[in-house]
Design a protein around this ligand. Structure first.
Ligand SMILES: C[S@@+](CC[C@H](N)C(=O)[O-])C[C@H]1O[C@@H](n2cnc3c(N)ncnc32)[C@H](O)[C@@H]1O
Length: 214
């Protein structure tokens, strides 16, 4: 008789697909809590690195539960905050939970941002790169809508950390180390690229935040 293996469970495949694109009530009720709790430190560290100002026009790509918008809204007190996601459930959740006139949520794919060139002073994308088959497409689109003086932050967990969760991440995740993403960002035309690698003594070991200018 073959040995029962946890990695064979379709539950892990299901969890991987919910991380990639949260769906249904499971997405709305459970995944939002998981993102709010599990990703809060990296989101917070990313926003601190971006040096947000009261009048910024900020976009978060792959906004999910809206945690980034919630935290950023305490700094951005006169500007505007936008979140996009290709999960209709996440956009519905954000619209219900952040019904403020300065917060806007749009249901769209990151490959096609429905904004004019040079619209945003700050853009982030956090824990999303693993799901992009062609990340260059998204990076070029993000660069297009970033103002010429704007700042872009891309945050993610690196190879070493993600491989520890291989039971889940082997189901369709694209996994990178910091250098690979930095190289991609150079190719996409970003400049003044600065990478922060968090190691064991920091609160988010194994994570990377890459800050860049247009
Ligand atoms: C793992 S969650 C992370 C959410 C949030 N940024 C955080 O760190 O908690 C990834 C989110 O990105 C969204 N996403 C992934 N690929 C996307 C794409 N191509 N366009 C728009 N949203 C995308 C998913 O729907 C999901 O809500």
């Amino acid at each position: 008789m073959s040995k029962f293996s946890l990695s064979d469970l379709s539950l892990l495949r299901f969890l991987a697909s919910q991380l990639q694109k949260p769906r249904g009530n499971f997405g709305k009720l459970l995944m939002t809590k998981l993102f709010n709790f599990g990703n809060a430190q990296l989101i917070n560290a990313t926003l601190i690195s971006m040096d947000l100002h009261a009048d910024d026009c900020y976009l978060d790509v792959g906004v999910a539960s809206g945690k980034s918008i919630k935290i950023a809204s305490s700094w951005i007190t006169t500007g505007s905050l936008y979140g996009i996601d290709y999960s209709s459930e996440m956009i519905e959740y954000c619209k219900k939970n952040f019904p403020h006139s300065r917060c806007h949520f749009v249901h769209t794919d990151a490959a096609h941002l429905p904004f004019a060139d040079c619209s945003f002073s700050k853009i982030s994308t956090i824990n999303t790169i693993y799901f992009w088959e062609n990340p260059m497409e998204m990076l070029l689109e993000i660069r297009r809508v970033l103002k010429s003086s704007g700042t872009f932050a891309l945050s993610f967990s690196g190879k070493a950390k993600m491989n520890k969760f291989s039971a889940v991440t082997k189901h369709g995740f694209f996994i990178y180390d910091g250098e690979q993403i930095e190289t991609l960002m150079v190719k996409a035309g970003f400049s003044e690229i600065h990478r922060q690698d968090f190691s064991g003594k920091f609160i988010v070991p194994g994570d990377h935040i890459i800050i860049a200018k247009k």
